[in-house]
Structure formats: C-alpha cells, structure tokens
Write a protein that binds this ligand. Structure first.
Ligand SMILES: [Zn+2]
Ligand SMILES: [Zn+2]
Length: 236
C-alpha cells in the first residue's frame, strides 16, 4: 500500500515537473526504474573496509560494533548526484529516490528500528533539509519499519577534510542516546555517506552502551578516504 502511495507521489511530481533521468536521460522520473534496478544490481558484495567477499558488507575481521553494513556503491556517477543533491540543492525528491533504492536493494529484519545519524542544526539551517532524517523517514515509509531519532549530538563538529586519526579523536563522545533501547530489536543507523566511518561507529558505540545488542548501518554511498586529507576539524 505504501509503495502505491509513493508511486502516486512519484507520478504527481513527474507530472508537475517531468525530469530527464539523471542516469540515462529518459524523460519521466528523476531516476527511471530501469536505472534504479541496474544500480541496485551492482551493489557491493564485499567488505566496506578491506574488499574481502561478504554478503553483509563487513568481513569477520571488521564486523563488531556494527554487525551489518549496507551501501549501494562508491560516491561517483549517479550515487554522487544522489548524496550531493540534498546538500547543495535541498532536493527532497533526491532523498526519496535514494530511500527507494535502499529499500529495493536490501532486506531488513522485521521489527528493526531506523535511527538517523543526527545532523548538526547548523547544517540543517544551511541546507534547509535534515537529509539524514529525511532519508530515514522515507526508508521507514518504504519498509514499514519504525523510525526513532534516539541519538543526539553533544556538540557540533565538522569532519570534512579531517584526517582519520583526528576524526576518531574529535568524534569520541559526540552522541548520547535519548530514550530507552529495546535489546531485542535490531537498530539500523542511517546516513547518506560513509567515509572513515568514525561517526557511524561512535553512534553504534553509544547505542551499545545504552543496551542495543544488534546494530546495522545503511548508507547510500561510500566516499573512498584519501590519506592526504589532513586538514584539522573544527569544533564549536
Ligand atoms: Zn534511466
Ligand atoms: Zn574487512
């Protein structure tokens, strides 16, 4: 039923403002069904960190704080436009397409809880959209899973361009958990992009400390991390 509603919404949006597909150029939807299916069929079958084969996004060496890590591919081409779109253009429709693809690509456990990684208020004001919360909202509508914003930021931090080591230090203690955690449920952290994973892992650590036993993560794209990125982070 929900998919019918979303299809109707897609149809209405396309009728109001028809798009060329951002992948193949066909007029109709922002990303046509054929291109969605093709991108989903190319989803990674290896570990996020070491490229060993894995159906759950993490090899046995790298699973731990996070048990399963799903992402659609590296941040390039269409996926780059999907993760950059909401930040640069505040395109809510882009978020809807990204959520649609995550729901198409992956099977989530019933009774799981979607937890958006908190975005700083400053970034929400700048972009006019809380893209992570919006992504979790649309994924919740697509999958029927509960969405709970149980994570809060303790402070504002900017990680773009920071080295892996600095990111890990600065993000320590950056989140706290608001509200009770049900240890029988799977908690699925939702973000648009993963680079070093420090924010995601710190969020997972906070959830575990609050009582969560099983934690998954889902992202739209992976940004390959450059060791040349050494600019310091800013904390306010
Ligand atoms: Zn297309
Ligand atoms: Zn690995």
């Amino acid at each position: 039923m929900q998919n019918v509603k979303n299809t109707m919404l897609d149809g209405l949006l396309s009728w109001l403002a028809p798009h060329p597909c951002i992948s193949c150029g066909a007029i109709g939807a922002l990303l046509c069904d054929e291109c969605k299916k093709y991108i989903v069929s190319c989803k990674p079958a290896h570990c996020l960190w070491c490229e060993r084969l894995s159906g759950v996004g993490l090899c046995s060496k790298h699973a731990g704080i996070v048990d399963v890590f799903y992402w659609l591919g590296d941040r390039k081409g269409v996926l780059r436009r999907l993760v950059d779109g909401p930040k640069l253009l505040a395109q809510r429709e882009v978020v809807l397409v990204a959520a649609d693809m995550l729901a198409l690509a992956f099977t989530f456990p019933s009774g799981a809880v979607l937890v958006p990684l908190p975005t700083s208020r400053r970034h929400v004001r700048m972009r006019g959209l809380d893209h992570t919360d919006s992504l979790a909202y649309h994924l919740s509508r697509q999958t029927g899973l509960l969405r709970q914003s149980v994570l809060r930021r303790t402070r504002h931090f900017v990680q773009k361009g920071a080295s892996r080591r600095i990111r890990a230090v600065q993000v320590h203690g950056a989140f706290w958990v608001k509200g009770p955690i049900d240890p029988t449920r799977t908690y699925i952290l939702v973000d648009d992009i993963v680079t070093t994973g420090t924010s995601m892992y710190e969020a997972a650590r906070s959830l575990r400390e609050a009582g969560a036993k099983t934690i998954w993560a889902v992202c739209v794209a992976r940004q390959k991390f450059s060791t040349k990125q050494t600019q310091s982070v800013k904390i306010t």
